[in-house]
Structure formats: structure tokens, C-alpha cells
Design a protein around this ligand. Structure first.
Ligand SMILES: *[C@@H]1O[C@H](CO)[C@@H](O)[C@H](O)[C@H]1NC(C)=O
Ligand SMILES: *[C@@H]1O[C@H](CO)[C@@H](O)[C@H](O)[C@H]1NC(C)=O
Ligand SMILES: *[C@@H]1O[C@H](CO)[C@@H](O)[C@H](O)[C@H]1NC(C)=O
Ligand SMILES: *[C@@H]1O[C@H](CO)[C@@H](O)[C@H](O)[C@H]1NC(C)=O
Length: 910
């Protein structure tokens, strides 16, 4: 068989020869037919100042029942003395008080005589991307008829929105409180490549179009793409008025604030396997979330481009506006614009549509110890016991590929793992979990692939036959989880493998899908999926369908238990059911540095459960890098150490004494803060609040923060962190917002005043982290071997007052394991400090839950600039007053064992 460059690389890699990913495996825009055509068209149309799209005024229908506006956009082609007009149906929708949705499709009546292929444009993205429970709130829309003076513009108003459709040079203008916020097709880049045959092509092209690779693909590995439907790309531009800071469109190994791409390739969203990916780059990665957020003072805009095909985005920052040009290879134009006052509300509004980030197992917020590979049961149990010997807490141990019998998923290597149930129950004894890798490529010729073939639920090639490709096991087929029958079958496999509900969970890797002999390391674009849609049209959704099927398998087996699923590939909506990570990174400082903006970026596009492999997947980190990576990594929402099979063992207990003790201290800090972290996860689950939260999200009015992506907050908890990400560092600069900031570890005041960039000391043992005045955080200070064993441990409250002596906090508690919280089995407590009085107020409580009775062992109040505290204080609880001693320490006052349970209302007067 033909061995492509990518195959060769992956095979070398599988023999342990680590090579950097070759960028030339991926297309550049100039090598991608539709990207090149659309960039060229955009340029030419601005020079020619022609316009080929107009609104068919007579077709406009305003539906007063559902307030939907429908009609046709007319595409005109003047070529070869012909004047062809293509009517493209659209709908425009205003809803939820903050959203405008626009869809543009094509009525195709094609007879192709090709087996299995669906000739319609793919329009089912929302089936996967939307929260199944989401129902848009219809609102009163008022249509204003065109006036005598202006017969071309059609205006619709709803709430604070005014949306205008203009007919010639088709445009949509969105106003909010009568100020322009966004214009669609502002630069006339709308391009809708309608269906035509190769023979008719010459008369279907306007003069601004360049017919590059419309019916063939000349790129190295994709020459065999049959492109059966010819050119069918869709492209459109959006101008963000008065906004010059754009964020989002994860996943890219780049800065948080998106770069201007005028002189480089556009950002690309195309799920591919890019081990040792290039940094500071707009190249595509494992997952795609086509959602961008524009931020300015007092207003933020979200734009969700709902298209799962290969997509490129050009960003251009103008004098005060910014433009984005979206180009997708196929499918329909379907986008939602969200206008809100703050970026946090934009993200909340976006997760209202695409689904709330899941509330994870509490244990999965703990530490994950992974390696390719833990070799056998003995290895697993040795790691387990050495973690305990050195008193390093952890919750999840992971098994990569090699636990399987000859890379056949849903099997165990018999001699290495003779009794998985025994091993699992040993881990379960201390509340611990195991994750095994299960990928969607299924080795040919064993019972699982045979069942998939028998059920005809495989991905098909362009000839409508089973597609075979190369992956870890050698020749493999891919399950087509777009097909509901495939998901059912997958459920059976999962449930048989897991057998009894237990502490065993699944990691779906390689689900871009990664195909060693495929073009750009992934699937040929003319493969066929369920309902005959081409891979081309659904590519970026595939990973989501796989991890969704895995999640559903768990819930189906045990409806009340929260599953844990890790996925490498993702799309909008993945946050409902899976965690992800930043893929195959490298143990060096630059990857550590870039992991921060990458994780921040995931957080603002509603996919917060993310982290980077600590301390780099490829290569061997030195002690300094290891320490710094753990110091940063404890703030990743998903906190996992992982390493390539060729690296030296580096479990924390193997490190030299000094390194081990620092690493252990920081893993323990993560565990101490679990109550605070879990509350941040709950804020993310209920309101989409980023868990690793960018400065600009908390301070959208402070221009200094637009570019800062190396420091961040933990949710809304008031913890500010600036990890050290460079070698030989003794001190680093950090920009403090105005207010009081206390050192997280000793509560010393680190900053008091207005916004200021200061240099703070950061020797190797020190992580610069602070609590912002005005917050109260909760901790559990006792070391335990796992989070489960901390369940009944008492709380410590840490109060960080403002200069005015005020602070607030919230604590969310539930059982951490089941869906009982949906029935209200949870505890929510508000904590408040106001002028020397501390209040604990129960906001919500289920009286039967065990966690109501957990006690508060300590209350720590940081010395604030203006604070004076007496020697004793008075506790008011159930109408009884008790005097308690106040201990004065260097930077704080401490009240020990006040005799309060977390589920009670109380008051302490200092
Ligand atoms: C709007 O209502 C009309 C009938 O009144 C219906 O035909 C159409 O499908 C509805 N559209 C949407 C988007 O609900
Ligand atoms: C998708 O397209 C098909 C075929 O044109 C149509 O029947 C269906 O109603 C469309 N679905 C949506 C959600 O627009
Ligand atoms: C990426 O950009 C950052 C910030 O400009 C720079 O410090 C770093 O060296 C760059 N890394 C690479 C690999 O180019
Ligand atoms: C999200 O949905 C909830 C529940 O419907 C609603 O209360 C909230 O206002 C919505 N948030 C935004 C930002 O639209």
C-alpha cells in the first residue's frame, strides 16, 4: 500500500521515535481550495465594488406567530453573456432578548446517481451542539415597514434590538440601544458557492471568483478527494463596531487575544491530531469551537458560527472596529449573534444555548496520575501505594493504550491485567478511580469490529463500503456515532466492559479522528456518515458524537451516577458531557507558558474542564520545570500529569526530596482548595462562569487587561494567580487591579491601592497567588489520601476584607457523585463579613443530607488596612450567645473551633 508522509511519521512515532509534527502535513490557506478562493474573492470584491447578493423584497414574510422573518437572498451571476439568478432561502430570528439568528440555505434538486450520498447541505449541527432542553424564548418583534423615503431597508425591533435588512448589497445591521454594534456582510464578502456541475462551471462564476481546486484537490495527501458535489463553500464577514479585542475560536496554540491575520494564514478550525504542535500559531488543533467574543467597555458581542466543516477565520483590527471573515467548506450559513453588557453574560448566554458545562464528579476535580503506560496490575497498585507512602493525595489513575489485548478496545491484556475487578476494588477502597483509553478506531477482525460491520454502523468510504484506515491497531474501521444505532451498540460494548457500575471510566482519544494514512492526519473528506452526509460537512462534530455516545452509555447503565469522560476532540456542546485537554504537548517552558492562554480560551468558549499535560507529554522536564508546571497546573480545571511512553518515570514520589516536597505541597494546596474549586465548577455549571477566568472577564472596563493572558482568577472566587513560566526566575511582574490583595499562603498584604504592575518575589518554592479583598474562600486543610476521604472533614473559612472591612463568599456543596443535586439535595451557603460582623446564611438546604453537619474548624480573617479586632468575639447561634477567644497572628486573626456546622445560620460579632 501507499505510505504517505503522515503514515510514516506516525509509525515511526509508534516505534518510539519522537519527531516533531510537520506543519506541511497541514494545508495552508493557499493550498486549500475554498480558503484560497474565498480570500481571493474577498480581496477582489472590495476592489471591484460589485455586489452579487441582494434581498428579494417581494419574498419577505414576517410571521407574527413565531416572529420569524423569511425570504430569499438572490445571488446573481453574470458570466458568459448569461445572467443566472439563484434564490437562496433565509430565515431571521430574534429571541431570548439578546440573540439574532440567521440561516441561509440552498434548495438543491440534484440527481447525482452516486450511492449513499446526501445531496442536501448539512443542517443538523444544532442537534449536536444545542442543549437538548434549550427552548428559545420568543419575543415580541415589531416590523417597521419601509418608508416612502427608504424603500430598501426593512427594520425589525425587539426589546433593545433593532435589526435592519438592507436590500441592495445585502447586509444585516444590528443595533443595541440604537447604537451600531455589528454589521453582517459589511465588506461584501458573502460568498455562497451554489451547486453546479463541472461542465456548467464556467457560466456559474462571477468575475471576482477564482476557480481554484473547485472540483479537485491538488494538495499532497488529499489528491484522491473525489469532491462529488463540487464547490459548496459558504463565507461571510462581520464587522464589530467600536471593538478592537476579539477572543475565542478555540482551539489554537496562541495568545488569548486573537491576532490580526492580514499577513498570516487565517485561524483554522479543523479537528486534527497535531502531536508536538507548533506554538504561536493559527494552525488547527484537536477541537473546534466556532465562537468568538468581542469585548469593549460596557458591551460585549458573541458570534457563534454554527458550521462543523473545515473553517478558516480571518481577523482584521481596524482603526476602532474589527472584522472577521468566516469561510467554511460546506453546509449552510447559520449564525447566532449575542449582545450583552459583559463578556461573562455573553458566555452565559452561549452556554444557555449549547448547554451548561457539566457539574463533574468531585473526585475528578482532584489530581489525576496518568502515564503511557502503567504496565500491569502490580505497577498500578505500586503507584497507588507509593502515593500514599509519600502522602501525596490523588483521585484518578489512568491506563493508556497498552492495557488492551493487542490494541483491541473493550479488552484487557490478559497476562498484565488478569483480574481488573480485583484491581478496581483495591482502588475503590480509598475512593479512587481508574480511567481506560477507548478510541473510535476499531481493529479489523475481532468481535467488536465484527459486530459493527454486522450492524452496518461503520464510517463508509466514497464508494459506500466500509472504510478501512491505519491507526494504533493497524487496519481499523471507525464507528459512525452519528448513527443512533451505532450509539446503542457502543453502549452495549461500554456496559459489558464496565460490567458493574464501578470506579472505572473512559477516555476517548484520537477521535478527530486521527488516521495515520489519512490526509492531514485525519479522515478523507469524501467518507460518508449516517444519512449520507460527507465527512467534509460534519468533520468537526465527529469527536463530540463519540464522547457523547460514551457518556450516554454510562448514564444509561446507571442513571443517577455522574460519568467521567475525557475527550481529545470537541465541538460546541462538548462541555455538557466531557472534559478535554490540550493534547500532546512538550516538556519545555514555552508549552507551559502557552498552556495558560489556551486553557483561558477554552474557558471563555464554554468548555472549562480543560488542562494541559503536566509536565509536558513529550520529553523529560528538569526539576525546575516540573515544580513550575505543578504550581501552574493546580489551577487548570482538569489537573492531570501525563507522559509519553519514552519518557523517564516522573510520578511525584520518584522526584528528589526537595522537588517532591514542593510538588506535594502544591498538590495538597489543590486539595485544600477543593471546596472553593468545586464552588467555581458550580458557577460554571449554572452560569457558564470561566473556572480559569481571564483578567478581562472580571475587568472588562480596564483596558490594561485586554492583552494580559499570563495571570488569571479562579472563577469568581477572588483568587488571583500569576504562575511562573520561565526558567531561573526569582521575581516576576504582576498587574494588580485596584483594591487590596493578600498573599494566598500567608495573608500578608501584597497590594493596596489603584491598578499597578509590581514585581513580586517568586523563588522556586513560591507561587504568586493572592486573595482579592472582598472575598471569602473555603478550604479543607486536613491531608487525606483522596477527595472521598475528605468528605466529612471540617471547613476553614478565610476572610479577605476590602479596605472598608467587607467581604462575601459562597459555598456550594453536594454529594459530589450523583445527580441528586438536580432534586435539590445540595447546600448553598452565603458568607458575609461586614464591619466586624461575620454571617453564615444558608441559602438552600436539603435537611436529609450528611454534609449539613460538617463543622467549621477555623475562621481566619486577614488583617485589613483599617481593621481592629478585640481579644474575644461573640457567637450567636440558635439564640444562644457564646464568647470565643480571638487569636492574633502576624497577618490575621483566627477563631478556632467555634462550634458551628456549615449547614446552620450563625453570626459572629468581633
Ligand atoms: C413559524 O410558524 C409557521 C406557521 O405559523 C411555521 O410554518 C414555521 O415553521 C414556523 N417557524 C419556526 C422557525 O418555528
Ligand atoms: C434541513 O434540511 C432538510 C432538507 O432540506 C429539511 O427538510 C429540514 O427541515 C431542515 N432542517 C432544519 C432544522 O432546518
Ligand atoms: C511565542 O510568543 C511568546 C510571546 O510573544 C514568546 O515569548 C515565545 O517565545 C514564542 N514561542 C515560540 C515557540 O515562538
Ligand atoms: C440564561 O438562561 C437562564 C434561564 O433561562 C436565564 O435566567 C438567564 O438570564 C440566561 N442568561 C443570559 C445571559 O441570557
Amino acid at each position: 500500500m501507499k505510505l504517505s508522509l503522515s503514515t510514516l511519521l506516525r509509525w515511526l512515532l509508534s516505534f518510539g521515535i519522537a519527531l516533531a509534527f510537520q506543519d506541511d502535513l497541514l494545508k495552508k490557506c493557499s493550498q486549500s481550495g475554498f480558503c484560497h478562493r474565498n480570500r481571493q474573492y474577498a480581496k477582489n470584491i472590495q476592489e471591484s465594488r460589485n455586489s452579487h447578493y441582494s434581498l428579494d423584497q417581494g419574498s419577505l414574510e414576517f410571521d407574527t406567530n413565531n416572529h420569524t422573518i423569511q425570504g430569499f437572498i438572490i445571488k446573481s451571476i453574470k458570466a458568459n453573456q448569461k445572467d443566472i439568478k439563484i434564490p437562496l432561502p433565509f430565515t431571521l430570528d430574534l429571541f431570548d432578548g439578546d440573540k439574532v439568528r440567521f440561516r441561509l440555505d440552498e434548495h438543491r434538486s440534484i440527481k447525482l446517481g452516486k450511492a449513499g450520498i446526501n445531496l442536501q447541505r448539512y443542517n443538523e449541527t444544532e442537534h449536536w451542539a444545542f442543549d437538548p432542553d434549550y427552548i428559545p424564548i420568543r419575543q415580541e418583534v415589531i416590523a417597521k415597514s419601509p418608508t416612502f423615503w427608504n424603500k430598501k431597508d426593512f427594520t425589525f425591533t425587539a426589546d433593545r434590538f433593532t435589526v435592519t435588512l438592507s436590500s441592495q448589497d445585502f447586509q444585516i445591521n444590528v443595533k443595541y440601544d440604537s447604537a451600531d454594534v455589528l454589521t453582517v456582510n459589511s465588506d461584501n464578502m458573502l460568498n455562497f458557492e451554489h451547486y453546479r456541475t463541472l461542465e456548467e462551471n464556467f457560466e456559474n462564476i462571477n468575475e471576482e471568483e477564482e476557480p481554484f481546486n473547485m472540483f479537485k484537490d491538488s494538495f499532497a495527501d488529499s489528491k484522491s478527494d473525489s469532491i462529488p458535489l463540487g464547490p459548496e463553500s459558504v463565507a461571510l464577514d462581520f464587522k464589530f463596531h467600536g471593538i478592537s479585542n476579539l477572543y475565542g475560536i478555540a482551539e489554537h496554540a496562541d495568545s488569548l487575544r486573537l491576532r490580526d491575520t492580514s499577513n498570516i494564514d487565517p485561524y483554522r478550525l479543523y479537528n486534527v491530531d497535531v502531536f508536538q504542535y507548533k506554538l504561536n500559531s493559527t494552525l488547527p488543533m484537536y477541537g473546534s469551537i466556532p465562537f468568538v467574543v468581542g469585548i469593549k467597555e460596557s458591551l460585549s458581542i458573541g458570534l457563534f458560527w454554527m458550521n462543523p466543516s473545515d473553517t478558516w477565520i480571518d481577523i482584521q483590527y481596524g482603526h476602532s472596529d474589527s472584522s472577521t471573515h468566516w469561510m467554511s467548506e460546506s453546509g449552510i450559513i447559520d449564525f447566532i449573534v449575542i449582545v450583552q453588557e459583559t463578556p461573562k453574560l455573553v458566555t452565559e448566554s452561549y452556554v444557555n444555548i449549547t448547554g451548561k458545562p457539566m457539574l463533574p464528579l468531585l473526585s475528578s476535580v482532584g489530581y489525576h496520575q496518568c502515564r503511557w503506560n502503567y504496565n500491569d496490575e502490580k505497577d498500578v497498585l505500586t503507584v497507588d501505594s507509593l502515593m500514599d507512602k509519600w502522602q501525596i493525595p490523588y483521585d484518578f489513575l489512568w491506563l493508556d493504550l497498552e492495557y488492551t489485548d493487542q490494541k483491541q478496545y473493550f479488552t484487557w491484556k490478559p497476562d498484565a491485567f488478569p483480574n481488573p475487578t480485583r484491581m478496581l476494588s483495591k482502588l475503590a477502597f480509598l475512593g479512587r478511580n481508574l480511567v481506560t483509553l477507548i478510541d473510535p478506531h476499531i481493529k479489523s477482525n475481532y468481535h467488536i469490529s465484527e459486530a459493527i460491520i454486522a450492524a452496518k454502523v461503520y464510517v463508509r468510504n466514497a464508494l459506500n463500503k466500509p472504510f478501512f484506515g491505519q491507526c494504533w491497531p493497524g487496519e481499523s474501521i471507525w464507528i459512525d456515532t452519528f448513527n443512533p444505532l451505532a450509539s446503542k451498540l457502543w453502549s452495549k460494548f461500554v456496559q459489558t466492559f464496565i460490567s458493574t457500575p464501578s470506579n472505572l471510566y473512559i477516555w476517548n482519544d484520537m477521535n478527530e479522528p486521527s488516521i495515520f494514512d489519512g490526509p492531514e492526519t485525519t479522515a478523507p473528506k469524501d467518507l460518508l456518515h449516517y444519512n449520507g452526509f460527507e465527512e467534509r460537512s460534519v468533520h468537526n462534530l465527529y469527536g463530540l458524537t463519540v464522547h457523547q455516545a460514551t457518556y450516554d452509555s454510562f448514564v444509561d447503565m446507571n442513571p443517577n451516577k455522574r460519568p467521567f469522560v475525557l475527550t481529545r476532540s470537541f465541538f460546541s456542546g462538548s462541555q455538557r458531557t466531557a472534559a478535554t485537554w490540550t493534547g500532546d504537548n512538550v516538556a519545555n517552558w514555552e508549552y507551559l507558558q502557552l498552556s495558560i492562554p489556551m486553557v483561558l480560551s477554552h474557558n471563555i468558549v464554554g468548555m472549562p474542564a480543560t488542562g494541559a499535560d503536566i509536565a509536558g507529554f513529550f520529553g523529560n522536564p528538569d526539576d525546575e520545570l516540573l515544580i513550575r508546571w505543578y504550581q501552574a497546573g493546580i489551577w487548570y480545571p482538569f489537573f492531570r500529569a501525563h507522559a509519553h511512553i519514552d519518557t523517564r518515570r516522573r510520578e511525584p514520589f520518584l522526584l528528589n526530596e526537595r522537588t517532591r516536597s514542593v510538588v506535594t505541597e502544591f498538590i495538597r494546596l489543590r486539595y485544600q482548595l477543593l471546596p472553593t474549586l468545586y464552588t467555581a465548577f458550580h458557577d460554571s455549571h449554572s452560569r457558564g462562569i470561566p473556572i480559569m477566568n481571564p483578567m478581562i472577564y472580571e475587568h472588562p472596563n480596564v483596558a490594561n487587561f485586554y492583552d494580559i493572558d499570563d495571570q488569571f482568577y479562579l472563577g469568581e472566587q477572588g483568587i488571583l494567580v500569576k504562575p511562573v513560566t520561565s526558567a531561573n526566575t526569582k521575581s516576576i511582574p504582576i498587574t494588580f487591579p485596584s483594591g487590596v490583595f493578600y498573599d494566598l499562603q500567608n495573608l500578608e498584604i501584597a497590594h493596596f491601592g489603584t491598578l499597578e504592575t509590581k514585581t513580586v518575589s517568586a523563588p522556586l518554592e513560591k507561587l504568586p497567588a493572592y486573595i482579592a479583598g472582598g472575598h471569602i474562600i473555603t478550604r479543607k486543610d486536613q491531608y487525606r489520601r483522596s477527595s472521598r476521604l475528605m468528605q466529612n472533614d471540617p471547613y476553614t473559612l478565610v476572610i479577605a476584607p476590602t479596605a472598608y472591612g467587607t467581604a462575601k463568599g459562597r459555598l456550594y456543596v453536594d454529594d459530589g457523585e450523583t445527580f441528586a443535586y438536580k432534586q435539590g439535595k445540595l447546600l448553598e451557603v452565603e458568607l458575609e463579613y461586614n464591619k466586624n460582623v461575620i454571617y453564615g446564611t444558608v441559602l438552600h438546604k436539603d435537611t436529609s443530607s450528611f454534609f449539613n453537619d460538617i463543622s467549621i474548624e477555623k475562621i481566619v480573617i486577614a488583617h485589613h488596612p483599617d481593621g481592629k479586632v478585640a481579644e474575644t468575639c461573640t457567637l450567636e447561634l440558635d439564640d444562644i450567645r457564646t464568647n470565643i477567644e480571638v487569636i492574633h497572628e502576624d497577618h490575621s486573626h483566627v477563631i478556632k473551633n467555634p462550634g458551628i456546622q456549615i449547614g446552620q445560620d450563625w453570626k459572629i460579632i468581633l
